[in-house]
Design a protein around this ligand. Sequence first.
Ligand code: UDP
Length: 238
Amino acid sequence: VENATPRRRVLLKLSGEVFGGGAVGVDPATVRGIAEQIAAVYDQVEVAVVVGGGNFFRGAELSKAGMDRSRADYIGMLGTVMNALALQDFLEQSGQPTRVQTAIGMAQVAEPYIPLRAIRHMEKSRVVIFGAGAGMPFFSTDTVCAQRALEVGADMVLMGKSGVDGVYTADPQKDPNAEKLDRLTYTEALHRNIRVMDQTAMTMCNDNGLDMRVFGMEAEGNVTRALLGEEIGTLVTP
Ligand code: UDP
């Protein structure tokens, strides 16, 4: 069914931490909860998801422990694919048609990353999950999120965070005087050395006029709220 007026299209970033519920691996109950919140709005907004992999491996950490950085980063990217498949499973169980596209070829479990095809999936109300990052070492899934959002023409990036519900003036876990900001610019975030998302991602969004909402995953229903465009968390703009 074609829509007369195009729907909002968003790129949701879920970091690996979100999948693990704080531990290594995938916490099924947590992923199911997120999937149900996405499935609840499938006919109102077009959704693509970039998944992180920090709940399995981070290349930089493996490399500090003595591994070759590039190979460690590939291990990190493969971790994101496990998250992608877990999310796909719970989305499908929630009645939400889903496609996984990976930046590293793995024909048995995912399509290759084909941007026009991803757009077509979204137009058909399928959620597209992008796995394996950019397929390139030395990148982060935050950066991939900005790049994919730009390439598939998303109206906005939604950064789902665990442990923090927006951008603060300082790290709220370390500084009791830290205050939450309703909005700020990428330039301010970069100057203040805000660490809730990586700087390459912010620069890319800033240079290309893409808004980002940073929100907390903990509060119940927040994913649905963010997908529907409610003003939760912090809005970061060029
Ligand atoms: N990674 C990479 N290239 C990419 C995306 C990810 O090399 O384009 C690797 C990198 O080692 C990273 C790991 O995959 O540490 C997991 O991704 P990330 O740390 O971004 O996940 P998150 O912090 O969101 O859980």
